[in-house]
Ligand binder design. Structure first.
Ligand SMILES: Nc1ncnc2c1ncn2[C@@H]1O[C@H](COP(=O)(O)OP(=O)(O)OP(=O)(O)O)[C@@H](O)[C@H]1O
Length: 255
């Protein structure tokens, strides 16, 4: 499923936080949204999971206006993992993952069980099925929520810092899993090396605007990283994957 964000402007309480965003993710592609703290990444993603309605512009899924759909139809097409998810009741992990099935009309108990079990296996949380969600560690919760998003079987998956709370092995596993699981992905990522290794295309947000986009090795160049993030970057090649990876230090103070 193709995702198109067309000239989207977002305002909260009368303040314009993000403006004139054009962003496209082709069907099945993995796009990364990177940018410094406060650049507007979460705000933009909130419009995709319909917590914010654009003040201007339109978000399209395969050409259809996301904000013109009813909630259930939107949830059949797009699943989201917001940055801070709250659960007020202590559901079990399996119940939380099963919530991903709710938007689907043609489901049966047996097919739901199978899909939920498969999503939990793939994210490595099957053994947590009967545990209360609130008692899980931060990384376990994150993987349960990713399992829920996969169980939703969306065409588009929107992830806000999906590797938050995950140890290094789970960071790599979860991003590979998401990448291989089929949907079109737009993920906000702070770790530029994870972004370089997993994304087909990167969009750089700064001050509420997209200032660069393209394949990671074209975008993650030292002058841009100095300008946007205020760091000196040294690109190196990963010896196994060949992906561009970056070593950082602070910019020297002006003479
Ligand atoms: N409800 C609000 N009212 C006013 N300003 C807000 C509101 N929500 C967010 N902002 C501001 O909008 C800007 C963008 O915030 P946003 O959370 O989208 O950034 P981000 O790129 O996701 O940041 P981070 O990397 O720190 O998570 C920030 O300056 C933030 O303080």
């Amino acid at each position: 499923m193709r995702l198109d964000i067309e000239d989207v402007t977002l305002e909260v309480a009368g303040t314009r936080l993000v403006e004139h965003i054009d962003l496209t993710v082709g069907s099945g592609a993995f796009a990364g949204l990177v940018g410094p703290n406060g650049s507007g990444k979460s705000t933009l993603l909130r419009a995709l999971y319909r917590a914010l309605r654009p003040a201007g512009g339109v978000v399209r899924l395969d050409g259809d206006d996301l904000h013109a759909m009813d909630a259930r139809a939107a949830a059949r097409r797009l699943a989201a993992l917001p940055q801070e998810s709250s659960a007020e009741f202590d559901f079990t992990a399996a119940e939380v993952v099963a919530m991903g099935r709710l938007p689907h009309r043609d489901r049966t108990a047996a097919s739901d069980r199978e899909i939920v079990a498969r999503a939990m296996e793939r994210t490595g949380v099957a053994h947590l099925a009967d545990r209360g969600f609130l008692g899980l560690s931060g990384g376990e919760k994150q993987r349960v929520l990713i399992a829920r998003a996969l169980a939703q079987q969306p065409g588009v998956l929107v992830l806000d810092e999906p590797t938050n709370h995950l140890d290094v092995a789970h960071q790599l596993e979860v991003l590979s899993l998401v990448r291989d699981s089929g949907p079109t992905v737009l993920a906000a990522l702070h770790d530029l090396n994870l972004a370089a290794a997993h994304c087909d295309v990167l969009y750089v947000l700064d001050g509420g605007r997209i200032i660069a986009h393209g394949p990671p090795h074209d975008v993650l160049r030292p002058p841009l990283l100095a300008e946007v993030f205020g760091v000196r970057a040294h690109p190196v090649r990963h010896p196994v994957t060949g992906a561009v990876q970056l070593l950082f230090d602070l910019l020297p103070p002006p003479a």
